[in-house]
Design a protein around this ligand. Structure first.
Ligand SMILES: Cc1ncc(COP(=O)(O)O)c(C=O)c1O
Length: 475
């Protein structure tokens, strides 16, 4: 039996459009994907701490295309860059201002670094989608809380972005590191028609999930270091990288990043993205005229923000939208208030148009601004994430979890943003959200981590649902 291979064969045979990562969509040419290239550190391929090697050579070529002083190749997605950047820029027990829309990898780094998060909260858009944190509000929070570093998530999972002007300014004035998790925006830099990339806005350390939209293989990521970063921080990043990265990197993955830097040097490649952005904005407009509510277009046209043309989020009845696109392709993310697609120049616009036409049929006389409102609970931090993780814990049924402290995060997947983070107080809104939404995530296309039965890690279907909370002292 080869269950994984069988499942992959079945998926490929279905011939469905892939509106999800990786950006090559199984359609781009991947000329380096050869069995004989599957090696790790041997002879001339071994990285050298002094002197230079082929990886360093390729990373420097990549840095050139991003305008970075140094770029590092990750074969552990964006997760390694996020962790290395945060741990390099902070010391244990220090305060960090963090966008609450951060991915789980950021939350994990807070535990590993024993950091105190001061959350910068987002507001909610149509369908309850999380909007980017407001630049000015974040800047004020930074001034008030005097953190050691700032961790921004931009763009959001749906590709919405806000400028970093004020945030950058206060970070510079206070001489603190600005780290940006730009996992979904590897393709922003140097392409007209995309949100302005974080590096060119002056961020110190920028993390990319290269595979999300670009043509590199799944599990590839990048960490870019700004030319203005203090040398000791750059050195610290390298040390952290050595601590956290595998010592047996896949050279197939590295080769795919090498190929990405090569095509990023080609004018034609940039032109392809620029034309794509024009085409996608026209598509947004066409389908809006047919009654679809497209979150990215709303963000640009009504809120004056910047949105990624490689994302299409249709807000509406998630069940109906899911049924509408199911015969045509596979979404990146679906939830009760809509579906989100990742589209790249590798996709066939004709199939996407057919699927969106079907979606338009689900929307008569509905107003997504008022009808599909969802909420996202906001909890208060009661313990540091590390303390909550180390504390003795107990399982309690959902009904008894109110006012208890989360000893395990609760994470809807995707987007991988904790609904309740470690150490947060579980309030009534959390329970309501779980009651309203848990069935969706159990349906098969996603997951809801942390909602478990009393036997740790097992499925709640087999027992009562509940959460792991910090054990209270016996009274
Ligand atoms: C905003 C954000 N940051 C980081 C990550 C982690 O990326 P990866 O899965 O490539 O490690 C993700 C993954 O979805 C993400 O959405």
């Amino acid at each position: 039996m080869t269950p994984i291979i069988q499942a992959l064969a079945n998926y490929s045979a279905s011939d469905l459009a892939r509106w999800h990562t990786p950006g090559h969509k199984g359609r781009a040419s991947l000329p380096y994907l050869l069995p004989e290239f599957d090696v790790t550190e041997v002879r001339d391929l071994t990285p050298k701490s002094v002197g230079g090697d082929v990886i360093r050579q390729s990373e420097d070529l990549m840095a050139e295309t991003f305008g970075a002083s140094r770029s590092r190749y990750s074969v552990q997605g964006a997760t390694l860059p996020v962790m290395a950047a945060i741990l390099a820029a902070t010391t244990p027990y220090s305060r960090v201002v963090v966008d609450r829309i951060a991915h789980q990898s950021v939350h994990s780094a807070l535990v590993l670094g024993n950091l105190e998060p001061i959350w910068a909260y987002p507001s909610l858009g149509p369908g309850g989608y999380l909007l980017p944190v407001d630049d000015k509000e974040r800047a004020q929070l930074i001034m008030r809380s005097q953190p050691e570093a700032v961790i921004v998530t931009s763009p959001t999972y749906e590709g919405l972005s806000s400028p970093l002007t004020e945030t950058r300014k206060v970070c510079q004035e206070m001489n603190i590191a600005l780290i940006v998790d730009e996992a979904h925006g590897t393709h922003f830099a140097e392409h007209q028609g995309f949100p302005q990339d974080a590096l060119s806005q002056g961020a110190d350390l920028v993390c990319h999930g290269a595979h999300k939209t670009e043509q590199s293989l799944t599990q590839t990521g990048l960490l870019h270091i700004n030319i203005n970063v203090l040398p000791q921080l750059a050195k610290r990043v390298d040390e952290l990288w050595d601590m956290l990265a595998t010592s047996s990197p896949s050279y197939l993955l590295l080769a795919s990043l090498d190929y990405l830097q090569y095509i990023r040097h080609q004018e034609q490649y940039h032109r392809q993205w620029v034309n794509f952005a024009v085409g996608m904005r026209e598509m947004w407009k066409t389908w809006e005229a047919q009654g679809l509510f497209i979150l990215q277009s709303w963000w640009e046209r009504h809120e004056g923000g910047q949105a990624d043309p490689a994302k299409v989020t249709v807000v509406g009845d998630g069940h109906k939208l899911f049924e509408a696109i199911e015969p045509f392709g596979v979404e990146e993310k679906s939830d009760p208030a809509g579906i989100s697609l990742i589209v790249t120049p590798q996709d066939d616009p004709a199939i996407l148009n057919r699927a969106l036409k079907q979606c338009a049929g689900t929307m008569p006389h509905r107003n997504p601004l008022t009808e599909f409102a969802r909420f996202w609970p906001q909890s208060s931090q009661a313990l540091l994430p590390y303390q909550a993780w180390k504390a003795k814990r107990e399982w309690v049924p959902l009904s008894s979890a109110i006012n208890r402290i989360a000893a395990k995060p609760v994470i809807p997947y995707p987007p991988g943003i904790p609904l309740v983070a470690l150490g947060e107080l579980i309030n009534r809104d959390v329970i309501l959200w779980l009651e309203e939404n848990h069935e969706w995530y159990r349906r098969g296309t996603g997951d809801l981590k942390g909602l478990e039965s009393a036997i740790e890690g097992s499925s709640p279907q087999r027992g009562e649902e509940g959460l792991w909370v910090v054990k209270e002292p016996a009274s």
